[in-house]
Design a protein around this ligand. Structure first.
Ligand code: C2E
Ligand code: MG
Ligand code: MG
Length: 650
């Protein structure tokens, strides 16, 4: 099939090339024919009858002139395949008709001439056929037909005259015509080969072009959703900056809240379906001024070029978050995600694509932490926060952290005895330039700039040294970052340090947050198993604030759950919080896990927790985090003193 098409294409190309080359030689052909015929007519002017010497050649000459004019008129036109075939066919017919007519005319004149005039006829026919065949060399069949139409009657005619001179002339003409035909055939083959190989080259170039076009579109397209990809998104933003001349436009990043859980619970095929569906919904908002792209994972990029009407833009953003929050049906189950959107406006938020993207990402982070499922636009306040974060990151990288980092220790109390059973080590950083920086801030900055593993090791060394000085009955909780748990190398360094304190390793309890499991459940699970294999225990910190999939609780090799402060804040007044906390206590009992309640600040909370069967408590009600010296000075044999009830009420 392909072969036929190729040949078909090539023969069209050949035909076109033949036609083009032949058209260039047509004037020469007719002019030679006309001039040579006029010369013969002149020789026979008083020898032959007028019909032969005058009317017939004039008639034939007119046909030639009309034909020549037609050729000249159509010289510049392009013809399709069928038109070409038709024109070449007409040419062939004319070659036959005119060839035969002129041959007849030449041979008809012969009997009227004297020896010179007859010689002129022989010369005219021989030389003219050679010239015409050469002019027709690009139309092989026409050239061969003409040679045959002229030479065969000519040779037969002269042979029949019995005149040895004319017989010799006829033989000469036939021989020369024969060699000429051989040359013509060779030339024609080379010509056809050349056209074919040129056509093959063109086809190859076309294929290469098509491949490169395909490659280009694939390189710019996300294969799953068929939306433009990250690379295209960035080049669009760059192009827009290049042409914007300070005209405002918005760069947005949308992230699906809860997508990871869909992937974990229902599998990647279901996750892919959610992404494709979300892409379809977002595509419905595409207009000439709105572009949507998939940046990777569950992140989509949006470029909105028309911000002239603030209200319309606000409702566009609301529509974006609304459609991404519509339910998805996965495996017969309906899942509802939400889409948080971070926006950065050019030129206020940044002058380059990277800057705009970073700022939109920062706004997205804010949307995700403070207003899930909504749009947040990067603001001046965010700018101050970014400056502060980079100052913190800068100091983290350039300060003597061994000198500046320290730990405070907050007691964890057994509610049944009132005695301290453990401490939680809490990091503190007093920087030479920034002063004290709160842990939430510098831990996040350290995670961002890649210093977190370093910091964890410095603090763990301090924590182990402290634990060594504590009474043997006490254990120590130590916080790990989700990034520590997600890095096999960091875990190796932690267990290497732990191995140098093997005798007290069992008194260390690492606290990991749920985010560690959201990132990569299997990796976090393996990290915890490694820590436990080295004797340490593991607690799930801030329980209830993250994904808290109870179904995966029994797959987690943890020893303890720490219920987050947010569940305790309203536990005195809210029965619902009491039920939730009671459920977690029961769960821990069933799974044989320890349970610590964090952030207990009031005596009334202690009363409620006691009735719910709480065992361990940590909070300001017993003690704030203590400096090392104060923590070591605590009498762990006696119950920790609670504040007086009146004072607590105050
Ligand atoms: P966390 O691990 O949940 O630690 C408990 C936080 O609650 C501590 O804040 C503690 O001071 C505070 N807290 C304890 N009882 C009460 C209370 O009754 N009321 C109130 N309002 N707060 C209470 P801190 O020390 O500011 O630490 C904040 C977070 O920073 C920690 O939360 C932990 O996520 C992180 N962090 C602290 N130290 C480290 C560390 O060494 N490594 C890592 N990776 N993270 C740490
Ligand atoms: Mg903790
Ligand atoms: Mg906590």
């Amino acid at each position: 099939m392909n072969f036929i098409r190729m040949r078909g294409a090539a023969s069209t190309a050949l035909m076109r090339a033949q036609y083009r080359a032949f058209t260039r030689q047509i004037p020469l052909l007719y002019l030679t024919l006309l001039a040579n015929s006029a010369a013969v007519a002149f020789t026979f002017r008083s020898l032959a009858p007028p019909w032969l010497d005058c009317y017939l050649p004039i008639g034939l000459g007119c046909v030639c002139v009309v034909r020549l004019a037609m050729w000249l008129r159509a010289r510049e036109r392009e013809f399709d395949r069928s038109q070409l075939i038709r024109r070449l066919r007409v040419t062939m017919i004319l070659v036959v008709v005119l060839g035969a007519a002129f041959t007849f005319w030449g041979l008809a004149l012969y009997p009227y001439g004297d020896a010179y005039a007859r010689g002129h006829v022989a010369f005219y026919m021989g030389i003219t056929v050679i010239a015409c065949v050469f002019c027709l060399m690009h139309l092989r069949s026409a050239a061969l037909v003409l040679a045959a139409i002229v030479n065969v009657p000519l040779a037969v005619f002269f042979l029949l005259t019995g005149n040895p001179v004319f017989i010799a002339i006829a033989l000469n003409i036939v021989l020369v015509s024969g060699s000429m035909i051989v040359i013509l055939l060779i030339y024609y083959r080379d010509f056809a080969d050349l056209v074919e190989s040129k056509e093959a080259l063109l086809t190859q170039q076309r294929t290469l072009q098509e491949l490169s076009d395909l490659n280009h579109s694939l390189a710019n397209l996300d294969p799953l959703t068929a939306l433009p990809n990250r690379r295209r998104f960035f080049s669009d933003v760059e192009a827009l900056i290049g042409s914007a001349q300070n005209t405002m436009f918005a760069v947005g990043i949308m992230d699906l809240d809860g997508f990871k859980q869909v992937n974990d619970l229902y599998g990647h095929v279901a996750g892919d379906r959610v992404l494709v569906e979300t892409a379809q919904r977002l595509r419905s908002l595409v207009t000439p001024s709105v572009t949507v792209a998939r940046l990777g994972g569950d992140e989509f990029g949006i470029i909105a070029r028309d911000l002239s009407n603030a209200e319309r833009f606000a409702s566009f953003c609301a529509e974006l978050t609304r459609i991404s929050a519509l339910p998805h049906t996965t495996n017969g189950m309906t899942t509802r995600l939400s889409g948080s959107l971070g926006l950065a406006i050019y030129p206020h938020a940044g002058a380059s694509a990277e800057q705009l993207f970073e700022r939109a990402d920062f706004a997205l982070f804010h949307a995700k932490t403070h207003s899930r499922g909504q749009a947040v636009t990067f603001s001046a306040e965010h700018e101050i926060q970014i400056r502060r974060s980079s100052a913190v990151e800068h100091e983290l990288c350039h300060s003597d952290l061994r000198e500046e980092l320290s730990l405070m220790y907050q007691p964890i109390v057994d509610l049944r005895t009132g005695r301290v059973t453990a401490f939680e080590a809490l990091a503190r950083w007093r920087n030479a330039r920034l002063g004290p920086v709160v842990p939430n801030e510098f831990i996040r900055a350290a995670e961002h700039c890649g210093m977190i593993h370093e910091i964890t090791l410095i603090l763990l060394e301090q924590a182990l040294a402290f634990l060594r000085r504590c009474p043997p009955a006490l254990s120590l909780s130590f916080n790990l970052s989700a990034l520590d748990v997600a890095s096999a190398e960091a875990v190796d360094r932690i267990v290497a340090l732990l191995a140098t304190h093997r005798d007290i390793a069992s008194r260390i309890r690492f606290e990991v947050t749920e985010t560690a499991f959201v990132r990569d459940f299997e990796l976090a699970r393996r990290a915890i198993l490694t820590l436990k294999a080295h004797g340490a225990r593991v607690a799930l910190d801030d329980f209830g604030t993250g994904f808290s999939s109870l179904s995966s609780m029994d797959q987690l090799p943890i020893d303890c759950i720490k219920i987050d402060k947010s569940f305790i804040d309203d536990i005195v007044l809210r029965e619902r919080s009491q039920s939730i906390v009671k459920t977690v206590f029961d769960l821990c009992k069933n799974l044989q896990l320890e349970c610590v309640v964090e952030g207990v600040e009031a005596l009334q909370q202690i009363d409620v927790l006691r009735t719910l069967g709480c065992a361990y408590v940590q909070g300001y009600v017993f003690s704030r985090p203590l400096a090392e010296r104060d923590a070591l000075a605590l009498d762990v044999q006696s119950p920790l003193r609670l504040p007086a009830r009146e004072a607590a009420v105050e």
